[in-house]
Design a binder for this molecule. Structure first.
Ligand SMILES: [Zn+2]
Length: 507
């Protein structure tokens, strides 16, 4: 055979993309040409692959070798295509069977001695191979433990090219995967360590039930951060598919920073807390060639994004939140790559009640801020963003040291309440109360009559329609926690209490 086809994978954005490698050799002046948007590291593969094959005692074709990578419009980056190119050359010279090439995706770098080496982000490539229906993926040994979590595909590993040829063609057993470490458990601080603040803890629980975005307002040191970092612990565990998705994203991020990411799969919602001095690129991500270094918004996908001192974030940073909050995705458009990144997170923001931080009662110090300064400060969280906040929680300074329920007890309640909601929404495309669209709130998911009266009153006097909708969504979460089939008047009263733009009036 003089023309052979093999399959590899590269990272495009934060996901794997299958690449078809075609290798042709013909008579003519000896040389190797490569087409299909390879970057320098891929271009250099021809030298690495040739040396690796020769050092393993294998044949390199005589004459002219042409290597074509497709889809042509995707930029190919990194040395992870080495193995797929080698496999193509082996196919074109009949050293590897066409059957083995047809069903297999090859991911890995080659050493000059022909050894198969670790590449960055083998996990997203394995996910892509499984999605495209390949039977098998060959990954470097160091990545196999993580890649084995991908369902529906055989994951194998070999030490070298000759080992691979023997294994794929004759069924010689590949390297045995290492014993799996058990997944990491309970990485978050316990809710029972957070003393007092029973109202705030209850609000956090409600937010967890409905997936509500929450703004905490309180003096410095009152415990806003302590409360926020306890949210992921009471959220439902990630499903296997979500875990795969989140672990893939974090492995791409890890590959960028050069840290090895071969820890067990992430099975809790991530908690990402960028500092207000973070650059915009650190929040939305940055593009290098065809790869995206995911920013905080994408790293928080399926988890919690916590913005402490939210008014201190620059306006463009706050604006970057709008689209993900609406659609769960973040669109990036750069010269070398554009596309959508996953960014479906629950937003938790914290802020002081005023520039000096002492405007709420009980802070112990006097607030000297002018009303204009207070208003300007509050307005740094823009209207459209505020529209996405279902719960605004005023956290006063308190002396109580009362111990509340632990994370596991609270998480069990949250899970039960979420189950109720899931059942209610079984015919809808959303799963949590925060996502009930306005038309469904008006027609289907209306509260009990006394609660509706209360809501109407609020809407006329203060809230407007959108404010009323946010309160109703929260009331559903309160009802789910209490096991009621519909929010009653008390649920609604509590929800209205929790939505208070009242803090700015208190301030
Ligand atoms: Zn003040």
């Amino acid at each position: 055979m003089t023309l052979a086809r093999s399959f590899g994978a590269v990272i495009s954005g934060v996901a794997g993309q299958i690449v078809t490698v075609e290798v042709d050799h013909s008579r003519g002046l000896p040389g190797v040409g490569m087409v299909g948007l390879p970057d320098l590291s891929v271009s250099e593969a021809r030298h690495r692959v040739r040396t690796a094959l020769l050092n393993q005692g294998l044949t390199w074709p005589r004459g002219r070798v042409t290597i074509s990578l497709s889809p042509a419009e995707v930029r190919k980056q990194g040395a992870g295509l080495d193995l797929a190119i080698a496999a193509g050359v082996l196919g074109a010279t009949a050293q590897l069977s066409e059957r083995a090439l047809r069903e297999t995706v090859f991911v890995g770098e080659l050493g000059l001695d022909g050894s198969i080496r670790k590449t960055s982000a083998a996990l997203p490539c394995t996910v892509a191979a499984s999605k495209e229906g390949f039977a098998r993926v060959v990954v470097p040994f160091s990545d196999i433990a993580q890649c084995l979590m991908v369902p529906g595909i055989e994951v194998v590993s070999y030490t070298s090219i000759t080992h691979l040829i023997a294994g794929l063609d004759s069924g010689e057993s590949p390297l045995a995967p290492p014993a799996r470490a058990s997944a990491n458990r309970a990485p978050f601080p316990d809710l029972s360590d957070f003393l007092g603040h029973s109202e705030a803890r209850a609000a956090l629980e409600i937010a967890a039930v409905g997936g509500h975005n929450i703004l905490m307002v309180g003096a410095p040191g009152v415990g806003k951060t302590l409360l926020a970092e306890r949210l992921p612990g009471i959220l439902p565990r990630l499903t296997p598919e979500q875990s795969l998705e989140v672990t893939s994203i974090h492995s791409v991020a890890g590959a960028f920073s050069g840290t090895t990411f071969d820890s067990p799969p992430l099975d809790h919602p991530p908690f990402i807390a960028p500092h207000h001095s973070s650059s915009l690129a650190a929040l939305v991500g940055s593009v290098s060639g065809s790869r995206v270094q995911p920013g905080a918004l994408t790293l928080a996908h399926r988890g919690v994004l916590f913005l402490d001192e939210a008014p201190e974030f620059p306006r463009n940073a706050m604006e970057s939140l709008r689209q993900p909050l609406e659609s769960g995705v973040l669109r990036l458009s750069r010269s070398t790559w554009s596309g959508a990144l996953p960014a479906d997170f629950q937003l938790v923001m914290a802020m002081n009640p005023c520039p000096c931080g002492h405007a709420l009662p009980g802070s112990g110090s006097r607030c000297d801020c002018s009303s204009l300064a207070k208003r300007n400060y509050a307005q740094r969280i823009s209207g459209p963003l505020r529209d996405r906040i279902d719960i605004t929680l005023a956290m006063p300074v308190i002396k109580s040291k009362a111990i509340g329920d632990s994370t596991s007890v609270t998480a069990a309640r949250v899970n039960e309440a979420r189950e109720r909601a899931r059942h209610r929404f079984r015919d809808n495309e959303w799963e949590v109360n925060a996502r009930i669209p306005p038309h469904a709130l008006q027609k289907t998911f209306t509260p009990a009559l006394p609660a509706q009266e209360l809501l109407d009153q609020f809407q006329r006097k203060l809230g407007g329609l959108r404010g009323a909708h946010r309160a109703l969504r929260v009331a559903w979460s309160i009802a789910d926690l209490a096991g009621r089939s519909r929010p009653d008047r008390d649920d609604m009263a509590w929800a209205l209490h929790l939505r208070a733009s009242d803090w700015s009036k208190a301030a």
